[in-house]
Ligand binder design. Structure first.
Ligand SMILES: CC(C)(COP(=O)(O)OP(=O)(O)OC[C@H]1O[C@@H](n2cnc3c(N)ncnc32)[C@H](O)[C@@H]1OP(=O)(O)O)[C@@H](O)C(=O)NCCC(=O)NCCS
Ligand SMILES: CC(=O)OP(=O)(O)O
Length: 328
């Protein structure tokens, strides 16, 4: 287990938060829940049929028969009134575990939610985007992965943030700049050290043409305007971002090339494929997709996750809930 995850677990244990797991039907979620209870990482609410879901030390709630069902339906109908949602539709929606769990977070009955082991990212994130919305001062929610590569001299001892690997399919230059700035803030809050952000491309400092490279160049210019003190550079190829010798050839004088720890991909295809390559071929730990810019902690999983990945994401979610409580 990485030092990063050990640190997340120690923090989670020190001030236990309530995390809801909507996927009570998923065996990995149940195995993870048993470990989370045994390690004392969080108070758990598992959504599912209490006759079938048995985890000692966790509360099991069936949304359909919950005494909160009507209260949440009323609140959801009110929240989505402008979108034309009726109370009948809201009642139906509260039979869906992810919507019900997200309402638990909204209403303060849970501090965070982790789902996605057996639901697609879109189905996991849509309720969060509709119900919780963006955090104050934020216009874009994005998804990042904490990636910890064993025996790696790059990044901060092999630890990186990769973004956006989960949510925004084709970010424009402004959205890329928002993703870069949010990822830098996520790095600072989880790692406590200075972020060094590389806006990645197939081109380094104008070495190749094309719309995608141009978009990344514009994003770098926008970051420089919006966050002039942030160590951020682009467009950079991955080797220039990570390897000092390549950086000195391709991007001499760059303030982050050769030692980047936050890698911002030009689009979701690159980010999602990129993290899975490093996770699977590089045997890295990969926790996420974690949301940044959302009003309350909700995090996703890959359907390819293990029970240990779920434990890790729950510990991280609990730490995010602690941070949110401190800011409130
Ligand atoms: C998440 C996703 C489903 C949202 O798109 P959608 O379902 O079409 O929903 P909409 O675009 O109507 O957005 C729903 C709400 O979320 C908000 N929203 C969507 N994306 C947002 C973002 N990045 N930041 C903030 N809010 C966002 C919209 O403003 C909208 O709010 P409203 O309903 O109150 O007006 C879509 O972005 C998506 O599919 N992303 C890719 C996810 C994926 O498949 N990843 C691959 C594997 S990790
Ligand atoms: C993050 C991600 O890629 O999710 P999934 O593997 O479930 O599509």
């Amino acid at each position: 287990m990485s030092d990063f995850l050990k640190r997340m677990k120690e923090s989670a244990k020190a001030d236990r938060k309530t995390i809801v797991l909507p996927e009570g039907e998923d065996p990995r979620t149940i195995a993870a829940a048993q470990k989370i209870v045994a390690e004392g990482l969080a108070n758990l609410v598992i959504l599912g049929d209490p006759a079938e879901v048995k985890v000692e030390g966790a509360r099991v709630v069936d949304p359909k028969s919950s005494d909160k069902h009507e209260e949440y339906a009323q609140a959801f109908a009110e929240l989505r009134k402008k979108k034309g949602v009726t109370i009948e539709q809201a009642r139906e929606q509260m039979n869906d575990n992810t919507y019900f769990g997200t309402m638990m977070v909204k209403m303060g009955d849970a501090d965070g939610l982790v789902s996605g082991a057996c639901h697609s990212t879109a189905n996991t994130l849509r309720p969060a985007l509709q119900i919780l919305k963006t955090a104050p001062g934020t216009k874009l929610v994005s998804g990042f992965m904490m990636v910890i590569v064993p025996d790696c001299e790059f990044g901060q001892d092999g630890t990186f943030i990769f973004s956006d690997i989960g949510l925004n399919i084709a970010p424009d230059a402004d959205q890329l700049s928002e993703i870069a700035i949010a990822s830098a803030a996520s790095w600072k809050s989880f790692m406590g050290t200075e972020p060094e952000v590389a806006l990645l491309s197939y081109s380094t400092k104008g070495s190749a043409g094309g719309d995608s490279a141009e978009r990344v160049r514009q994003a770098a210019a926008l970051v420089a305007e919006k966050a002039p003190d942030l160590a951020c550079d682009g467009e950079l190829q991955l080797d220039a971002a990570l390897v000092p010798e390549v950086a000195s050839l391709k991007a001499p004088g760059s303030k982050v090339a050769g030692h980047a720890n936050v890698l911002v991909f030009p689009d979701l295809a690159a980010g999602n494929i990129g993290y899975k390559l490093v996770q699977r071929l590089g045997k890295a730990e990969a926790y996420g997709p974690l949301l940044q810019g959302i009003a309350k902690p909700v995090n996703d999983l890959s359907r390819g996750c293990s029970a240990d990945d779920i434990v890790g994401v729950v510990a991280i979610t609990a730490v995010q809930a602690q941070m949110a409580a401190k800011q409130a």
